[in-house]
Design a protein around this ligand. Structure first.
Ligand SMILES: [Zn+2]
Length: 260
């Protein structure tokens, strides 16, 4: 028996990345389970999928820690005829709690965007909210930057636009952060990396001479949720708890996504 209950882990998460800071459309927080349950194990992942639930079950975890929440849109039934309904039913049958830390963790100090900046090898990092800008280890042209970031983020990156000058300052915004390029540019970024960049944003960036790099959600957000999992593990140890925080392997298979 660990002696740690779900409520205490929620309180720890709330200290690190206050749930009240989440955006209005978000659904971060404890979404299933009972705050009074003792924690047997924590399993961290970007998303709730059947693969992730299978991993959690195999690990004996009863708390899922994810970046993306379920129940993002209101539902009025719990039929098992759609993906989310099946996932929720399986979570409940297995007496699992689900805690999601989404936009509150994107913005938090040491959260998803700070972890992304670190993963990209940036120094002298500034920024707040959903944007970070920092200096690259050395100036590089757009193609060199793409190759550098593909190696750092372990993924394939789509490059759009190519400035003539060498790039020293990179702006980043995790996940669907393409819209934040003007903030990055105002902070001195010469290139901007996000998980998703819409075509019309890429066109604007090209017109502004800003190099756009699209790397997907896994590559831009998994470092952050796993860094958060590491911090939770360290905190649990400091509490004298032997609860294990495990990490999903689902991202190793992305892209492309493998059907569950
Ligand atoms: Zn995301």
């Amino acid at each position: 028996m660990s002696g740690i209950c779900i409520r205490e882990i929620c309180a720890w998460a709330d200290e690190q990345a206050p749930f009240e800071t989440q955006l209005g459309f978000d659904n971060s927080g404890l979404l299933t389970g009972d705050p009074d349950w003792p924690v047997k194990g924590v399993h961290a992942a970007l998303d709730v999928t059947a693969r992730v639930l299978q991993e959690a079950e195999a690990n004996g975890a009863n708390l899922l820690l994810t970046h993306h929440p379920l129940l993002f849109s209101a539902r009025k039934n719990l039929l098992e005829t759609d993906t989310e309904g099946r996932l929720l039913a399986r979570i409940i049958r297995n007496r699992m709690a689900l805690m999601s830390c989404h936009t509150n963790l994107d913005a938090a100090p040491g959260g998803i965007n700070d972890a992304l900046a670190a993963q990209c090898g940036l120094s002298r990092v500034t920024g707040e909210g959903f944007v970070r800008v920092g200096q690259l280890p050395q100036p590089m042209d757009a193609e060199e930057l793409r190759a550098f970031l593909e190696e750092r983020l372990h993924t394939v990156i789509r490059l759009m636009g190519a400035g003539a000058e060498k790039i020293s300052w990179l702006g980043v915004s995790s996940g669907a952060g393409g819209e934040f390029f003007p903030q990055a540019q105002a902070m001195g970024a010469q290139a901007f990396l996000s998980g998703e960049i819409k075509h019309h944003h890429a066109l604007e960036m090209a017109a502004e001479g800003l190099v756009a790099l699209e790397a997907g959600h896994f590559a831009t957000e998994e470092p952050g949720i796993f860094a958060f999992a590491d911090r939770l593990q360290a905190w649990l140890r400091a509490q004298g708890s032997d609860v294990q925080v495990t990490k999903s392997q689902a991202g190793a298979y992305a892209p492309p996504l493998i059907p569950d």
